[in-house]
Design a protein around this ligand. Structure first.
Ligand SMILES: [Mg+2]
Length: 338
């Protein structure tokens, strides 16, 4: 194991050194998970942050490869809801970019909430096959967007909804984005939420804009009175982000009007062949599918259903943070990449 990875491990909270040996892991860790679940039930808060690295040597090799290629070859692809944002906020389930929105007709907020109660458990069910789950997600997003148009959404309503919401970034997200901005490393935020709301959340909660951050998500179309009338393009839900994210990134840069040289920026997405991917859902791993990446480090946030989903997350992601961990571990990981 190289020096940088050893250094990274030293910075990891609590029990990584104890769990690196799988035999120790299965016994000691299961106990800890039970404690965390109990804590959550009692006070709605996650316990301490913990992390699992299934193959430390593989991670070490990836860190070395990315360092050797240099930061000019690196880009970050991140999910938004429950990845950059917290799963729990002040003891309550943090709202998503969809969930925080308050409509002109409040009856429609309830209608969308009813859809959430029905579909959300299905989204994270470990037993539903992926094809079936994808159809269920299409159904959910289609119904939700139709309700948003029918029940009314305004530009001013979005600003007020964000101001009133319990959405919050994980501690360290601002630091992470600043670190990446200093190095001119692009960050693509791919989300099945709502681009207009994510942008407003970043404005209000981070109090600054980042020139290296682009958002690819469902984008609203407003009329001259500032009322939602439709959505642009194909619906992006949690399980099809991989099909559309990169292809949608290029025209989006132009739309946002905040890229000086869209041609070189778009090409940089393709030529930056090393990726740090951040997600909270197994489907988030597909966000880099459109890219011919050379080296990818994938970081998963396993916020809930830890016991039933841990095996799948550990096998899929290079690094798994448990129980709504802060972003500080990722900040330390990123600092090892150059
Ligand atoms: Mg998410």
């Amino acid at each position: 194991m190289n020096y940088h990875l050893q250094s990274f491990f030293k910075t990891l909270p609590v029990s990584l050194n104890a769990v690196r040996n799988h035999r120790c892991f299965s016994v000691q860790f299961r106990t800890r998970i039970c404690l965390d679940k109990t804590e959550m039930e009692e006070n709605g808060l996650s316990g301490g942050s913990e992390v699992v690295v299934a193959d430390p040597d593989k991670l070490s090799n990836k860190i070395s490869a990315i360092r050797a290629a240099g930061s000019a070859k690196l880009q970050v692809i991140a999910d938004f809801d429950a990845t950059l944002t917290k799963y729990w906020v002040n003891g309550l389930r943090g709202t998503s970019s969809h969930g925080l929105l308050r409509q002109v007709n409040p009856e429609y907020d309830m209608k969308r909430r009813e859809l959430y109660y029905h579909y959300h458990p299905l989204e994270f069910s470990p037993t539903i096959p992926i094809e079936e789950k994808t159809k269920l997600m299409e159904e959910w997003w289609g119904k939700t967007h139709a309700l948003l148009i029918e029940g009314g959404v305004t530009c001013d309503g979005i600003k007020q909804s964000v101001a009133d919401s319990t959405i919050a970034f994980r501690e360290g997200v601002g630091e992470l984005l600043e670190l990446l901005e200093e190095r001119d490393i692009p960050v693509l935020i791919f989300s099945a939420g709502l681009a207009d709301i994510i942008e407003e959340v970043m404005r209000q909660k981070l109090h600054k804009s980042f020139k290296n951050v682009k958002i690819v998500s469902n984008r609203m179309v407003f009329n001259e009175k500032g009322c939602l009338v439709s959505f642009k393009g194909k619906t992006i839900h949690t399980l099809n982000k991989n099909e559309h994210a990169l292809e949608m990134a290029a025209p989006l840069h132009k739309e946002l009007g905040d890229v000086d040289e869209p041609t070189s920026d778009n090409s940089s997405v393709k030529t930056r062949t090393n990726v740090l991917l951040l997600g909270d859902h197994l489907g988030d791993l597909g966000m880099s599918d459109g890219l011919n990446y050379v080296t990818r480090i994938s970081v998963g946030f396993l916020n809930d259903n830890v016991e039933s989903s841990l095996d799948a997350y550990r096998n899929a992601f290079d690094v798994v943070y448990l129980n709504d961990a802060p972003m500080s571990g990722v900040v330390k990981l990123v600092s090892q990449l150059w």
